[in-house]
Design a binder for this molecule. Structure first.
Ligand SMILES: [Zn+2]
Length: 189
């Protein structure tokens, strides 16, 4: 689920024009970016869901620090604070919220593997509505989020008087990034 996150970033950009698109796109996948070094270090892991071969949506992801509810809130708050320092307070609030939106979208698709506290402290019940078990449905939702977000972005960018060529290039970039990640996801890469 990276494509859906990109779609959301594009939609937010259409409403929050002063916040840079690249910052929104990075913020929307920031939890997954932080997951990568922890995954490589073996601290956070992915297992195949029982009875699957680990393709699209078939992972049980033990991202117990970056994707715990409390961890995601802390990362979102820290990122928002840094962005407020870099740009302004509103940009900080928007980017912090976009960082946390990742957890909410993941909550919809993940199987129940998202802990409440970092390191699954206290072994509380894990969360996740498991939409990923329905591959075609989830892939369709991701594609619709991407295309919807890109369309909102295109329409908003045309009202700012930006050159049409530049708007088209950036819209194409959003669709290409999202389409590529969905393609790689579906191919199980
Ligand atoms: Zn994630």
């Amino acid at each position: 689920m990276i494509t859906g996150h990109f779609g959301l970033a594009a939609a937010v950009k259409s409403a929050e024009k002063p916040v840079p698109l690249w910052a929104l796109m990075l913020a929307t996948v920031w939890l997954d970016v932080l997951f990568t070094p922890l995954y490589l270090a073996g601290i956070e892991t992915i297992q195949n869901a029982p009875g699957t071969n680990g393709g699209y949506g078939d992972g049980i992801i033990h991202a117990d620090y970056t994707h715990s509810l409390a961890g995601a809130l802390i990362i979102a708050a820290l990122t928002g604070w840094l962005c407020a320092y870099r740009w302004n307070r509103r940009a900080g609030v928007v980017l912090g919220a976009v960082v946390f939106s990742h957890w909410l979208l993941d909550l919809l698709v993940h199987r129940a593997d998202l802990p409440l506290l970092p390191g699954n402290l206290g072994h509380l019940p894990r969360l996740g509505f498991g939409l990923w078990q329905y591959h075609a449905l989830t892939a369709t939702i991701e594609a619709l989020l991407l295309l919807g977000g890109a369309a909102l972005y295109w329409r908003a960018s045309r009202t700012t008087g930006a050159p049409a060529g530049r708007s088209a290039q950036l819209t194409a970039l959003i669709v290409a990034c999202g389409g590529l990640t969905l393609g790689l996801d579906l191919a199980g890469l």
